[in-house]
Design a protein around this ligand. Sequence first.
Ligand SMILES: Cc1ncc(C[n+]2csc(CCOP(=O)(O)OP(=O)(O)O)c2C)c(N)n1
Ligand code: SF4
Length: 246
Amino acid sequence: MDAVYKRSQLFEDYGHNFCPGCTHGVAHTAIMDTLDELGIKNEDTIAIYPVGCGVIGLFNNKLNVVHAAHGRAPAVATGIKRCAPDKFVFLYQGDGDLASIGMAETIHMANRGEKVTTIFINNTTYGMTGGQMAPTTMTGQTATTAPDGRGEHGEGPPLKMCEIISTMPEPKFVARYSLHNAANVIKARAGIRKAFQMQLEGKGYAFIELLSMCPTNWKLSPKDSVKFMEERVLKTFPLGVFKDEV
Ligand SMILES: Cc1ncc(C[n+]2csc(CCOP(=O)(O)OP(=O)(O)O)c2C)c(N)n1
Ligand code: SF4
């Protein structure tokens, strides 16, 4: 029988240990498959990993990885890419990491138009530390630090990173996709591929936001998390391409 799908050779042989229904794993499969498809070799790739659940991914792939302090991935990626412009450099960051403690680094890197690719995992919560309110937590969504729901006590509305970054002149491709079902994963993979291809061609900064499920901290089953994505998350964070100057 012909194999129609093979697991990327960039993964280690053992599986991942994200929670059931977590789409960090789906994001990783999309990234590794895209690197394979574009022929980007492990030895030419440097992945900058964050603090947060995404970091679980670094243990199950064979990429060259630099683990940055919380929020500092853009500074680390900037230094690496400027010193080694021939290397393929991508950042993998959660919403707490990228849009809270790392907001300044994120904004300034985007404003400089560093020639790297950001993969931004927005699951509307601080996953690893147990569900505190993130910059992306939605209005009315509860969190351990917002038990009455965001917005009830002056927290302000969620920050929308694609909308912010697409107002800047330097970023060339800014888009938001979702990982909650197969049809959307196919679109997300196309966006990741376009962004990676851009970097190979030296075309400037790309910011890819992937809406991701965190059933554990949403306190929902994986199946109900899909529903929550469709009924709540996609309404707050509309999908689409916000800027395309490629
Ligand atoms: C400097 C610093 N501050 C805070 C922490 C604690 N911390 C670890 S993971 C995390 C939250 C990560 O949330 P997010 O970036 O949204 O990623 P997720 O786990 O949801 O994928 C925090 C606050 C830390 N490790 N280092
Ligand atoms: S806590 Fe949430 S983000 Fe972290 S692995 Fe579990 S489901 Fe994924």
